[in-house]
Design a protein around this ligand. Structure first.
Ligand code: DP6
Length: 320
């Protein structure tokens, strides 16, 4: 057992979304998904073995209440490893992205924690097997162990052994993500509860697995051909379709704020003027823009406050 370890994992944004679980205990998804990492935006986590009766969790410089949901989730996740050798930890974690505002910080959080635990327990940094473990903390975390595009295979087996993510070999050096922050307020219904509500009450959801499968194939083609229009159209359509199932749930799940809708309309206006930009959104009000490096100035003129991310510019989590 190492006495300390540290790791970084980038956040990721799905171009084909994970929405719905076929099995909750092992976190097995209804559909496969495909994402792109957010480069230097993510979570850095440090673990130290401590002599104490329970884990201590620090988030962005503040110690969290031992009874909080977050701390319980983190401790339960570490229990997966404690069966190897019991130990208690001080977990010090820093996000350089807003927590719980739909910027997938649970994804980078559980991915960084998985990597740090792999350091403590001297587990090889193998993408597939660590991805299976990270998945148990948060589904989207399975995709946050990689730089660039990652695909999470939903798998078929009940034990989850074939439900893991892997990196796609294609790079797309010209691709940029623009993060447009609408609000950093914590969201009211987290993804887990949102998915349950959708699968329990939304009749439109029946069609979702079919759309996700089709969109994933189209995205793979777009990536192979570096066809930006096809990539952007497919990602935007996929995000809006997921939000349609949320809105058609009961009670309704509407993550959008008036400013989110304004930003969507601005994107459509840009396209009408010949600026090639698309958007995607997760279970929160913030918008992520997709564009190519050569459009950066035109896009910035419409979204002066956006943070621009180069997905391939950042540490490789598995090497670090
Ligand atoms: C809308 O991975 O946060 O961002 O597995 O319950 O922790 P849990 O859910 P989570 O859900 C992410 C949902 C999404 C789409 C996506 O990232 O694919």
């Amino acid at each position: 057992l190492q006495t300390q370890a540290e790791a970084f994992a980038p956040s990721n944004i799905a171009l084909c979304k994970y929405w719905g679980k076929r099995q909750a205990a092992l976190n097995l998804p209804v559909n496969s998904s495909l994402s792109i990492s957010l480069g230097e935006l993510g979570t850095r986590t440090r673990l130290q073995v401590i002599d104490a009766p329970s884990d201590e969790v620090w988030l962005n410089g503040q110690q969290l209440d031992a009874d909080s949901r977050f701390v319980r989730k983190v401790s339960q996740f570490i229990d997966l490893f404690r069966s190897l050798t019991p130990a208690r930890f001080r977990v010090t974690t820093h996000n350089n992205i807003p927590t719980a505002a739909g910027l997938a910080s649970s994804a980078s959080g559980f991915a960084a924690l998985t990597l740090a635990l792999a350091g403590i327990y001297a587990i090889p940094r193998d993408g597939r097997s660590l991805s299976r473990i990270a998945r148990m903390g948060s589904g989207s975390a399975s995709r946050s162990l990689f730089c660039g595009f990652a695909q999470w295979h939903k798998g078929e087996l009940d034990d989850g052994s074939d439900s893991f993510a892997e990196v796609l070999s294609e790079a797309w050096p010209d691709l940029r993500i623009g993060v447009v922050e609408i609000t950093t307020a914590e969201k009211s219904v987290d993804s887990r509860a949102g998915m349950t509500r959708t699968t329990d009450s939304c009749l439109l959801y029946e069609k979702w697995p079919q759309q996700a499968a089709r969109d994933l194939q189209t995205l793979r083609q777009a990536i192979a051909a570096q066809d930006f229009t096809l990539l952007g159209e497919t990602a935007e359509h996929n995000a809006l379709s997921m939000h349609a199932t949320m809105i058609a749930s009961w009670p309704p799940l509407l993550y959008w704020q008036p400013a989110s809708i304004e930003a969507m309309q601005q994107v459509w206006q840009c396209r009408a003027q010949g600026i090639e930009v698309y958007f995607t959104m997760d279970a929160g009000p913030n918008i992520k823009l997709l564009f190519q490096q050569h459009s950066i100035e035109a896009v910035r003129a419409c979204f002066p406050t956006m943070t621009v991310v180069d997905p391939w510019h950042g540490p490789d989590p598995l090497q670090g």
